[in-house]
Design a protein around this ligand. Sequence first.
Ligand code: UDP
Length: 402
Amino acid sequence: MRTLADYNRCVDDAEIHRIYAKASKFYERHVVHFNSTFQGGGVAEILYSLLPIMNDAGLYAEWRTLYGSPDFFMITKKFHNALQGDRVNLTSLKKRLYAQASETFSVFNHLNHDCVIVHDPQPLPLISYYRKKQPWIWRCHIDLSAPNGELWDFLKTYILRYDHVVVSHEKYRQPDLPVPQRVIAPAIDPLTPKNMPLGEEDIQKYLRKYGIPTDKPLITQISRFDRHKDPEGVLRVFGKVRESVDCRLVLCGSMATDDPEGMKVFERIERKAGRLIDDKKVILITVENNILVNALQRTSSVIVQKSLKEGFGLTVTEGLWKGKPVVASNVGGIPLQIEEGVSGFLLDPRDEDGFADRIVRILGDPDLGRRLGTAGREAVRKNFLITRLLADWLDLLADVMR
Ligand code: UDP
């Protein structure tokens, strides 16, 4: 199991000591994290890396996953989209089924912890089903810049019970919310199979295994098949790029268990790409494999993230960490990570000609790609590694668990 000290390959010793020292306030204290999936998506990714080092630092940190039926996840996916601004038909049945999952779960999940941390809307109502005897923190990873008002008012009935709310960007703070709010940017773990250094032989082995040829430049978007990630838009951009450069597109998106819309979006892409799939010009991947993601990111000539909405965008962080040029939408948390023209390219997601133009420019000028990638990697090293995230959590816990 990883320890904090293992991170001395990427982080100064002084920083590691500072984190151990911060954690010394919490010896014998128990915290629990709740989310709704062990696999797929950014939250699971972060918890998988954060929990071992939280424990190593000296806390007792637990991770529990809310059990939900397919109906429940259908509803929470609608809530997720509505928090990002979509409309929602908020019936009393939806509200009841949503709350019921937390109520049922609370019956067989007993809490004796010193602090409870709830991630995203799925387990948000849990707080109503316990006699509260510790601080509760709601950590929302979603782009909250323009939430649907009706849904927000409903969720607020739960959020008001919390002691603290954490969001990923200044723009996501809610002016009407009297609960203290804090901004903490997410982070990646440089030591996981997804981000660790990989030898060329391993890279080739994984690409061969999944049938990905490397004879032509690869353009890659790694993302759940979700319309907010705009895979259809990526396909259109790829069509424009191919008018001037012969290359291949990889869309890699495993199916998260809490995202029931994925299959529909995937099938649509399959229909649209048609012959391009048979010719291996477009390669669609739905397996969950961290080393494959790592190998793809390292082999690609350009990483694309053409999201219409993006809470933060760990896929961008991961691409930058691998020293790759990233061409991405100027939405949500992405501009926190990319400085336009310095560590990547930022575009309006509707500007598909612009996306194609930047990709073609990078493909035609490998030095440009290297320069962008080197600056991107350094930005991630400074700001978006999991050790910084742990330090931020310890600061927040120190304020909340006085
Ligand atoms: N991911 C993955 N395989 C896939 C698609 C995504 O492992 O096929 C991972 C990706 O590498 C990243 C996370 O899922 O670590 C997605 O996080 P992000 O913040 O980009 O988006 P979210 O899915 O949370 O909206």
